[in-house]
Design a protein around this ligand. Structure first.
Ligand code: HC0
Ligand code: SF4
Length: 579
């Protein structure tokens, strides 16, 4: 370590660190709009672009950029002089001179880094006149681009190109007109974007936001002719609380259910129910492929790839089209839920599908796109109508003036609110495959599992593999999360270097707990770990921990679907993929 002084206080900091990192390590915040360190991804984004982080270094004439200046032994740094504060204000005014001032009606109002910095620095006037850019607003089914609000921090480029390796975005133009866009300035919808939403999660302004379904949901709730059914994804319950001041990893399932009931949803159900259903279909498909393989059928495709992550499906369709026979044909739990709600459950209620509105609460932005796909519609009526992200749900609860803290927890409604622990762990990396193994093992070996915890499949390592003994038959499993890691795993399979029987890939780091629609975690791995731990705790607390033992699922098969992979199951619960 070396000794430095910041604002007349002595500190010991790591040798070789920048002033910005050194200050952070001793609890001093130097403002910046572009720098980002994502601890969980071991990624630092430091384009030295916004120039807000200027500081004085005693003995130097010019101000220094804290993010680009290395600490030297004995260095004296001034972070709070009038010269520093005035320079930062001028730089911020220059950035604002090219930024719209419609904060009152902006999607990021109250949640915008630029707005809070302007507030913190007391900006009341903008003394410079920039060239206002007027880009067309680009709306895809999941993500909205408003490039007039781009401040050129390029955080989204790091996420899309380096972390996710999708390459949907690049920087174009210079000066005031500099923005980030898909190649040839095409719309996001026509690009290779997967809608993973990781760019949205790091955008400091409203240049990239989710497509907001909140008002559509409010309209449906106000319509007396509609029965509004809501499903909540596994990962939402362990993150929503953060928006209301709870510690990361606090399980707020009951309060969330109560809030949804208070807002007028007619039935509050659980995506975990549909996750159990997905396992019934996916495990059956896996065993079918395995048995044929063991019996020498050379046409069978292995590994089976779990198919519930819609951003992964997009990634796959764009980047690995020749491997489109490996994903399971099983639809995602979100879509299975919608298909069953608008048939089986609508029949039980005696209503037409057109009079039922299905809303999903998801940690994910790609789910907004998934529900809009034509395969998941009947005569133009979608199985899932609207998707709210965890962040949108929190905003809706606040809009409804609900005091989250004082809510008395409620249970989900029946029958589509009942789930096993296997359904709960879907929300973390490794959870879907563990849930599948619990069911596939018992079906394949015809023996009861004494221990349902497959710890070898858990953790946060980016790419993991493990062999599970199915009573003498070794089953090799691969797991990857984050699309960059998924690419590595898929490439190994494509090149014949890895022989797996089943693989799970999730687009977002951590799986759904790190989804692009979750409360922002700013790359803090402790937050993701706390959410993950909470899901395993919720699984442990369940009486039933295997999907095939969920009585509501068993009843659904006897009353309606007959058996996994039946004709009806095929029609409602399976899908196909495109080149
Ligand atoms: Fe997930 Fe899902 S687990 S993708 O991460 O499979 O979004 O939470 O709802 O559909 O169940 C997201 C989370 C889901 C689905 C489930 C799966
Ligand atoms: Fe890239 Fe994902 Fe953003 Fe699309 S949503 S531009 S794939 S980071």
């Amino acid at each position: 370590t070396i000794s430095i002084k910041i604002d007349n206080k002595n500190f010991q900091v790591e040798k070789g660190t920048t002033i910005l990192d050194a200050a952070k390590s001793v609890g001093i915040n130097i403002p910046t709009l572009c720098y980002m360190h994502l601890h969980d991804l071991n990624t630092t984004h430091n384009p030295t672009g916004c120039r807000i982080c200027v500081v004085e270094v005693v003995g130097r004439k010019n101000l220094a950029l804290a993010c680009a200046t290395e600490c030297l032994p004995g260095m004296e740094i001034k972070n709070q002089t009038i010269r520093v504060l005035n320079s930062r204000k001028t730089i911020l005014e220059l950035i604002l001179s090219d930024h719209p001032t419609d904060c009152l009606i902006c999607a990021k109002n109250g949640d915008c880094d630029l707005q809070s910095m302007a507030q913190q620095m007391g900006i009341r006037e903008i003394h410079y006149k920039g060239e206002q850019s007027h880009y067309i607003k680009d709306t895809s089914p999941a993500i909205k681009r408003d490039m007039d609000k781009c401040i050129g921090c390029r955080r989204c480029l790091t996420m899309c190109n380096d972390v996710q390796t999708v390459g949907a975005l690049s920087a174009i133009n210079r000066g005031f007109m500099s923005v980030v866009a898909p190649a040839f300035q095409m719309n996001l919808e026509d690009s290779v974007c997967t809608y993973c939403g990781q760019c949205v999660a790091v955008c400091p302004t409203a240049a990239l936001t989710e497509v907001d379904h909140t008002n559509l949901v409010i309209r449906a709730l106000a319509d007396p002719t509609k029965t509004v059914v809501v499903q909540t994804a596994p990962a939402v319950r362990v993150a929503l609380g953060e928006e209301f001041g709870y510690e990361p990893g606090t399980i707020v399932t009951g309060k969330m259910t109560a809030a949804l009931k208070d807002m007028g949803f007619d039935y509050v159900f659980d995506t975990d129910f549909a996750a159990d259903l997905t396992i019934m279909e996916e495990a059956t498909e896996l065993l079918d492929r395995l048995t044929r393989y063991i019996n020498g059928d050379t046409t069978v495709k292995l590994p089976l790839l779990t198919s519930c992550c819609p951003a992964c499906v997009n990634f796959f369709e764009h980047q690995f089209p020749e491997m489109k026979d490996i994903p399971s044909t099983a639809r995602s739990p979100q879509q299975m839920f919608g298909a069953i709600a608008k048939t089986y459950f609508a029949d039980k209620l005696g209503i037409k599908r057109e009079n039922m509105v299905v809303v999903s609460i998801m940690p994910c932005l790609a789910k907004k796109y998934e529900c809009s796909r034509d395969e998941f519609k009947t005569n133009g009526n979608p199985d899932v109508d609207y998707v709210l992200s965890t962040r949108e749900l929190s905003r809706l609860i606040k809009q409804a003036s609900i005091d989250f803290d004082s809510l008395i927890p409620l249970e989900f409604d029946h029958p589509m609110g009942e789930s096993s622990g296997a359904g709960v762990i879907f929300g973390t990396t490794g959870g879907v495959i563990e849930a599948a193994v619990r069911t596939a093992y018992e079906t394949f070996t015809k023996q009861k599992l004494d221990k349902v915890d497959f710890k070898q499949l858990r953790g946060m390592d980016w790419i993991r593999e493990s062999t599970i003994d199915f009573n003498g038959t070794p089953i090799k499993i691969g797991i990857a999360h984050g699309l960059g890691n998924a690419r590595k795993l898929l490439q190994e399979i494509r090149e014949g270097k890895s022989q797996y029987h089943a693989i799970e890939i999730m687009a977002c780091p951590g799986g759904c707990i790190g989804g692009g629609g979750q409360p922002l975690h700013h790359g803090d791995s402790n937050i993701l770990l706390a959410r993950q731990k909470a899901l395993y705790a919720a699984d442990k607390a369940k009486v039933i921990r295997k999907s095939h033992e969920n009585p509501s699922i068993q009843k659904l098969y006897t009353e309606f679907l007959e058996r996994p992979m039946s004709e009806k199951a095929h029609q409602l619960l399976h899908t196909h993929y495109f080149d």
